[in-house]
Design a protein around this ligand. Sequence first.
Ligand code: AMP
Length: 436
Amino acid sequence: MSFESLGLRAELLRAVSEKAYSTPTPIQQQAIPLILEGRDIMGGAQTGTGKTAGFTLPLLQRLMASEKPEKGRRPIRALVLTPTRELAAQVAESVITYGRYLPLKSTVVFGGVSINPQKMKLIKGVDILVATPGRLLDHVGQNSVDLSKVEILVLDEADRMLDMGFIRDINKVLALLPKQRQTLLFSATFSDDIKKLANELLKTPALVEVAQRNTASERVSQVVHPVDKSRKRELLSHLIGSHQWQQVLVFTRTKHGANRLAEQLMTDGITAAAIHGNKSQGARTKALADFKSGKVRVLVATDIAARGLDISQLPHVVNFELPNVAEDYVHRIGRTGRAGNEGEALSLVCVDELGLLRDIERLIKREIPKVVFQGYEPDPSIRPEPINKGRGKSSQGARKSTGNNSRSGQRPPFKGRSSGQGRPANRSRQSTQGAR
Ligand code: AMP
């Protein structure tokens, strides 16, 4: 199948061909014709599947086809809501890229930066606005946006917006939109809350799904390295150094943990930067740019900060700590194996995290192979301790994990394991001994 056969107009095909995409991805093949028809969409797709072009291309085409007001300021006719600043910036960039040969104007608004330059752009009039919910409401409060002419609403990564506690903001925004509109909702996972939101928002939606719900990407090879908590950093440096990895995204549970790990890696001679919500927007943008350009080898991130990062062909993702919420594991490993490339996701798992690991394996419906590194065998005498979830909450705000430590504490974990060399040949044998 080609982009031409999807019924896209010449200006869009030209922009796509300049990106050198040869064929539409599965989500694009499914979603583009439906969106062009004007259908509401419930899209099950993770970042990395090409979903941004999947909604942006037909959105641009529909705006070209719909009536523009004769005079006065251009009204906002398409609104894209995203959970994070980074994702907003990336979607906005895609809108510019794919719409470069069309006479449509767009802009992006998100928090953490001055509001006035955003206002100036909005006042000039835009057809498409990409926004994070909080900053959008700031603009509503300051009368710099009018949402009463929105024809198309996109909720991108809706699950994450709910996880981050944006439901009230979303509802406030919805109240300002015309009832008559096209709504596209994308989500990597389908919790009951997402289904409820979809029921409220979407009119006879078409369901488009590319990866199975709540299953980890098939392209990503996954492995768990059992190791004591106190030796994780050493093992990570060893892995990066011995494999000569040049671009590694590492996840920690807390902002403080991300900072500390980045500093420790630097002292090990490995260039690293941390990216999390306490960093200024400038620092986050710089860390990401340095990571993309290869200036820093390791980007240490918390779940929220990493959400939506578009780093193509990222070969390695390391869970330095397992996430408190199993769904985040799926999001994390979705950073690798993107757009058809192979990827590898390693998790360094200490005795405290066995409950979390069990939750993850239950969610992805498979056991992750366990490989113990020689010299890093877990000490069987160490008992599990409660997990420090940062200041008060998990990184995901309101969500709760069932992976508590009391369950993992019921038996000595990793017991009786023979240690291997970290070679794939050991994986299947050791996987049967894993912490199930
Ligand atoms: P997304 O899932 O929208 O974040 O897109 C993930 C990556 O896939 C981005 O780097 C896109 O530029 C790229 N991409 C999108 N569509 C295609 C396509 N049809 N062929 C190859 N790469 C694509």
